[in-house]
Design a protein around this ligand. Structure first.
Ligand code: AR6
Length: 169
């Protein structure tokens, strides 16, 4: 089966994929942006499971069930806060994508959707982040064959255009 990489404009919580990725904070106890939307859509049981996880370091990822979401799993990753680019932000952001994909693979996930991690409240420049996201996914899919579909989820037309211009891989 061929691997597909898609761009979707809209709300990540609506997607019918095996796993969606959450752009969380270190507490893993919810917040605004996509994190807030995921917690609202998944329901209160998500917070209960997140309380058992003991937080998460920047660049790392942890998995929970999806509860009321169409997705079976939620992979919570913590993106770097943008401090201007000299605080290892690029590497930490690529770790988010890498570790999320690895965790997904270990749970036999075949389809996964990513939001644009760190590009909202955490201030990472959008295009720079999109290039990192696309590169990490491309490298991963070349090496690993279990994941068959990756969706980049964009909020807004401008974001959608940036990803569209970077694809197809
Ligand atoms: N579906 C898809 N993308 C979305 C959605 C959605 N429902 N909502 C927002 N986005 P952000 P960060 C996009 O701020 O920068 C939270 O409070 C949004 O347009 O959600 O990693 C956490 O708890 C942007 O492009 O995440 C942390 O404290 C992207 O998702 C902090 O924000 C990421 O924006 C994490 O900041």
């Amino acid at each position: 089966m061929k691997t597909t990489v898609e761009v979707f404009e809209g709300d990540i919580t609506t997607l019918n994929v095996d796993a969606i990725v959450n752009a969380a904070n270190k507490s893993l106890l919810g917040g605004g942006g996509v994190d807030g939307a995921i917690h609202r859509a998944a329901g209160h049981q998500l917070l209960e499971e997140c309380r058992t996880l003991g937080g998460c370091e920047t660049g790392q990822a942890k998995l929970t069930r999806g509860y009321k979401l169409p997705a079976k799993y939620i992979i919570h990753t913590v993106g770097p806060v943008w401090y201007g680019g000299n605080k290892n932000e690029d590497k930490l952001l690529s770790n988010c994508y890498k570790n999320s994909l690895e965790l997904a693979m270990n749970h036999k996930v075949k389809s996964i959707a990513f939001p644009s991690i760190s590009t909202g409240a955490y201030g990472f420049p959008f295009e720079r982040a999109a290039k990192i996201a696309v590169k990490v996914v491309q490298d991963f899919l070349e090496e690993n064959k279990t994941i068959k579909k990756v969706v980049f989820v964009c909020f807004g037309k401008d974001a959608f255009e940036v990803y569209k211009n970077l694809l197809p891989l």
